[in-house]
Design a protein around this ligand. Structure first.
Ligand code: SF4
Length: 148
């Protein structure tokens, strides 16, 4: 069983109501059991929604409450990101998945990069941080493992 960011397999769950359907990922998952998850939606955020960013550090600092996730309008959405990541982790564990393919550069699913301001920096999303703590192997849509 493989967990995958829902937007990578064509679910319109992205902040702008679109998806990030990825031919490589779809090919890789062909004939395999997988679960598409969108942690931001599972946290109760609507689609479409504002973009959000981790203000300092990365997903691990959100879990330890040393940083916050703030929306483009300045709303604190840390609670929704934590709830969504916990829900997604719960489903991951129930499914018995040991691997995940997630969308890099997302504040929830980022594998090696996240945005801070307009800058792309090294870092992991909130859901990714939860998965790594549980020993789940996480790779991005290009097949690159977490190196942060
Ligand atoms: S939270 Fe993850 S699954 Fe949902 S839209 Fe963002 S990158 Fe895709």
């Amino acid at each position: 069983m493989i967990v995958v960011s829902a937007c990578l397999v064509g679910v319109n769950c992205r902040y702008d109501g679109g998806n990030q359907s990825n031919a490589r990922v779809r090919k890789l998952l062909k004939g395999k059991n997988f679960i598409p998850l969108c942690p931001e939606q599972l946290g109760g955020l609507p689609t479409p929604r504002s973009t959000s960013q981790i203000t300092r550090g990365s997903g691990s600092e959100i879990i330890s409450r040393r940083s916050r996730v703030i929306s483009f309008e300045g709303k604190d959405v840390t609670r929704q990101f934590l709830k969504g990541a916990r829900e997604a982790l719960k489903i991951t564990k129930l499914s018995g998945a040991t691997r995940a393919i997630l969308k890099d550069r997302s504040p929830a699913c980022g594998v090696n990069h996240i945005y801070q301001g307009k800058k792309l920096v090294k870092g992991i999303g909130v859901f990714t941080a939860f998965l790594l703590r549980e020993g789940i192997e996480v790779r991005d849509e290009s097949g690159i493992g977490c190196q942060v």
